[in-house]
Write a protein that binds this ligand. Sequence first.
Ligand SMILES: C[S@@+](CC[C@H](N)C(=O)[O-])C[C@H]1O[C@@H](n2cnc3c(N)ncnc32)[C@H](O)[C@@H]1O
Length: 304
Amino acid sequence: MKVLAEALARRLERLPEGTTCFRWIDGELPGVTVDRFGPVAVLSLYRDAPDEQAIAEALGELVESVYVKRRPREARKLANETPELLAPPLPLIGKAVEAITVSELGAQFEIRPGNGLSVGLYLDARDARAWVRANARGRTVLNTFAYTCGFGVAARLGGAKRAVNLDASRKVLDWGERNHSLNSLSVDRYDFVSGDTFDWLGRFAKKGESFDLVILDPPGFATTRTSRFTAERDYHRLVEAAAKVTAPGGVILAMCNVAQTERAFEEQISRGLVGRKSREVARFGASAIDFVNADLRCHLVELI
Ligand SMILES: C[S@@+](CC[C@H](N)C(=O)[O-])C[C@H]1O[C@@H](n2cnc3c(N)ncnc32)[C@H](O)[C@@H]1O
């Protein structure tokens, strides 16, 4: 398939140095994305693509292993019943790879290609991680919904005074600790907090603890200890709670990855900041080098 080699060449030409992970196919084939992690391709299918095997075989000519993730609209519902069907733990093509280390702008991350639908790093946030790395020096950082601590690693590599990573899952925080070690960063267990974001934002506020940079990157839907969070409807609550733990002059990095307009997201953020003086520092999305259809929105807001 010529399209695969052409798309690869286009990206390799423009990708930043020290980057071995990127979105390889986005928009070139209908209903399909491909992520590249070093010698591994991760093929995601968003609707029944009868040519799954053909695409995988064509990819297999260019990489060592091809893993498949089937993401039909009802995947969330199916995920509990047939995880192995949606995200087979073994590759469709090539040899099994339990874990590999990839590089993004020189930072190292552990990728587990057979680990369910998410393999360790959300590639669309590369520019946001780069912003954090470039602006973290001397700052204290709170990384909520931390997952494998990509933003925590970026902050520490950028010289943050401290970065606290908060996630509901201990397992992903352990993974995040390994990512720190891969980058020769020390690991202080107190900086990897397992718990509910809303709970902890409340606790920090009660204790009067604040941070110079607060990163918000929630999933579209999340269950909290006391309620359900839907990004489209409830993002303002998250911003309001984050503002209470943001130091004066501090910045909130508000990210959202659901299909919505720029205006709608802006309104959620403004609603969360009612009565607070703030100014927008920057806004961007996924990198145009390798992404075409990403929904990701990143807004940086400074509290004055
Ligand atoms: C979209 S990922 C976040 C991506 C991450 N910020 C990154 O840069 O890779 C969602 C994460 O939120 C966590 N999560 C979901 N609900 C949560 C909650 N109520 N409190 C804390 N973490 C939660 C999940 O465990 C998962 O790791």
